[in-house]
Design a protein. Structure first.
Length: 253
């Protein structure tokens, strides 16, 4: 015996079926939320040796078990180099990244040079803008005139004096912008790589002398066209002989 369904009965059955399907979908989603978490993963396949950029990362939901022990702070991943291949959708572990080898002080010295601490440096220099590898000449002004002491000095690092106890002046200095602190901070010294022949000339600089650092353009250095700062010689030395005595006299040209 066939039962003829009315319009209302048909609508009720369709609503029941749709409700069942919706409940199933919601149940699956609920289970998925309970078993997965939102995490940073690799957006595409990356090869060993590649540098991680913003485009390399994507936030998706993955299994909770796959997140444990991974790096989830994107700032700790930017700029790092992979030492393994990573598939798209996989999270990154600390062991997947290359760690910079800590070099000793002697390893930082270029071949053919020695390390030297340059004190009494020029006041008002923007130390915050100086970087390792910058090259400069040192010119000294004293009572005897102006002379070039050393050429092609290479910067290795900057040594700032130890912070003093915060008194009125110290608190005032702490509130100054970084550039102002660099310009006014006394006792700053530069760690530089110099030629062995320049050691004694730099050591002869007195505290009363005024030091000027002449920086060279990185473009000129790369092109091998580093500029010469020595003035054109406008005198010549003449040897004077008076009996058994000899002396050198400087004569202007």
């Amino acid at each position: 015996m066939k039962v003829k369904l009315t319009g209302s009965a048909t609508g009720a059955m369709l609503l029941f079926t749709a409700s069942g399907m919706l409940a199933s979908v919601l149940g699956i989603r609920q289970i998925d939320k309970m078993s997965t978490v939102s995490a940073w993963t690799v957006s595409s396949h990356l090869e060993s040796g590649q540098v991680i950029t913003q485009r390399s990362l994507k936030k998706v939901r993955i299994d909770q078990d796959d997140v444990s022990g991974t790096i989830q702070n994107p700032r700790q991943l930017m700029g790092k180099t992979l030492k393994v291949n990573k598939q798209a959708g996989s999270a990154i572990y600390p062991s997947d990244l290359k760690v910079k080898e800590k070099r000793s002080l002697s390893q930082a010295i270029p071949s053919g040079r020695v390390l030297y601490t340059l004190e009494h440096v020029q006041k008002g220099m923007p130390y915050g803008q100086m970087s390792d590898g910058d090259r400069f000449d040192v010119v000294v002004r004293s009572r005897n005139g102006v002379r070039t002491v050393a050429r092609d000095i290479q910067l290795i690092g900057i040594n700032y004096p130890a912070a003093k106890k915060a008194d009125d002046n110290g608190l005032k200095n702490m509130l100054l912008p970084k550039k102002s602190q660099d310009a006014n901070q006394p006792g700053v010294s530069l760690i530089v790589a110099i030629r062995p022949s320049d050691v004694h000339a730099l050591t002869s600089i007195r505290a009363s002398d005024t030091i000027a650092m002449i920086f060279h353009s990185a473009h000129d250095i790369a092109q091998g066209t580093q500029l010469n700062i020595d003035p054109k010689q406008r005198f010549r030395n003449v040897e004077m002989v008076a009996g058994i005595r000899r002396s050198n006299v400087r004569v202007n040209q």
